[in-house]
Design a protein around this ligand. Structure first.
Ligand code: NAD
Ligand code: ISE
Length: 335
């Protein structure tokens, strides 16, 4: 039957997921929304027929008409929501990051193992983006030989209020950590963070942009330009440099115009626009798998591995040196 979903957190992403599940996704409906801001929960619930507003995630997860949970509260609130979902053995789609640090991610990893089966898909939506999927298929085919380097650019027009150096790693560069692990099928073993003199447009307390380097256990080198107040739009680009060629995605050349002596195109303004189809595919894949009684996509192991790399990244920023990543051995449930 139709999957009845509780959406926890009705901010930017949560409200967009409520719209998606109600209007785009097949086989699911939103039966509950939760936000610590009661007014926000009520106003989002009012957009969906038969949807109840809650302020307490545990109350929503205990409701009879909730079969599954989509967590879109801020990262620090994810652990509590995940552990409550496990108590009810509910399937979960958890927005990235799984949790903001390795210790909390490890607690979630242990709790899911106690359940004895996977219950969580982590919201690393780039794995569902058509261009990233093409790049992954090309690298897997071996046509270009072994990947030697990945160059990444990750630019946001502006950062939300209160964005910190640590969030630059935990909320933004965490995406490159996941795509690196996924594209290369390798673990990240060390992180270094370098910074130019910050842009005059960087908000107080944020060094923007920054340049992050990962080393991997397959001997690849990965660089990430993270620039969250670039002003001109939202860009996510990646170029793989391999033994026999290179491949690059994210140039956004869907349409090029020629007019009045100039050529050009438009730049997406935010992630909701750039990754709209990836989010649609991600949520549909979650609903389809859940209705089949399966769990697919990025796992709690992937969320934990990214959290461990984030922790090394935040230390690399603070200490101004290369930090090695410490990972536990991959448990059987995730092999
Ligand atoms: P937001 O601040 O716009 O919204 C968060 C909402 O959660 C707010 O309405 C807040 O009141 C509510 N909230 C806070 N604590 C809560 C709790 N304990 N229980 C229930 N609700 C709570 O944030 P956002 O930008 O929508 O981000 C939400 C999540 O989505 C984060 O994990 C973020 O990293 C992720 N995100 C993912 C992408 C992506 O591209 N995949 C993009 C943006 C954000
Ligand atoms: C945000 O949380 C995201 O997940 C976006 O994809 C990313 O581009 C942005 O920098 C983050 O703040």
């Amino acid at each position: 039957g139709t999957l009845s979903v509780a959406v926890i957190g009705t901010g930017r992403m949560g409200a967009d997921h409520v719209r998606r599940i109600s209007q785009v996704t097949n086989g699911a409906r939103v039966s509950a929304v939760v936000d610590v801001d009661a007014e926000r929960a009520k106003s989002v619930a009012a957009t969906v027929e038969g949807c109840t507003a809650y302020t307490d995630p545990a109350a929503a997860m205990a409701a009879d008409d909730v079969d599954a949970v989509l967590i879109a509260s801020p990262g620090p609130a994810h652990e509590a929501a995940l552990l409550t979902a496990f108590e009810h053995d509910l399937p979960v789609l958890c927005e990235k990051p799984l949790t903001p640090d390795a210790a909390s991610a490890l607690r979630v990893l242990e709790a899911e193992q106690k359940l004895g089966h996977r219950r969580v898909q982590v919201g690393f939506m780039r794995r569902y983006d058509a261009e990233y999927i093409k790049l992954k298929a090309l690298l897997n085919s071996g046509q270009l030989g072994r990947p030697l380097m990945l160059h990444n650019r990750h630019r946001n027009a502006a950062s939300p209020p209160g964005f910190t150096d640590a969030m630059l790693i935990n909320d933004s560069v965490v995406h490159e950590m996941d795509v690196t692990r996924w594209l290369l099928d390798q673990e990240i073993t060390a992180v270094t963070v370098l910074r130019p003199t910050p842009s005059d447009n960087a908000p107080d307390g944020l060094a923007d942009p920054q340049f992050v380097v990962f080393e991997t256990d397959g001997g690849a080198l990965v660089d990430v330009e993270i620039f969250v107040n670039c002003g001109f739009g939202y860009q996510v680009q990646a170029e793989a440099v391999c033994e026999r060629g290179t491949a690059r995605i994210g140039d956004g050349h869907a349409m090029v115009t020629n007019a009045a002596g100039r050529w050009g195109g438009t730049i997406a303004q935010d992630f909701v626009e750039r990754f709209e189809e990836a989010y649609d595919r991600e949520v549909q894949a979650w609903v389809d798998a859940t209705r089949r009684g399966e769990v697919t996509g990025p796992s709690v192991w992937d969320g934990y591995a990214a959290a461990a790399v984030c922790e090394a990244g935040v230390r690399a920023q603070a200490e101004g040196r290369r930090i090695e990543v410490e990972l536990i051995e991959r448990p059987a449930l995730y092999r």
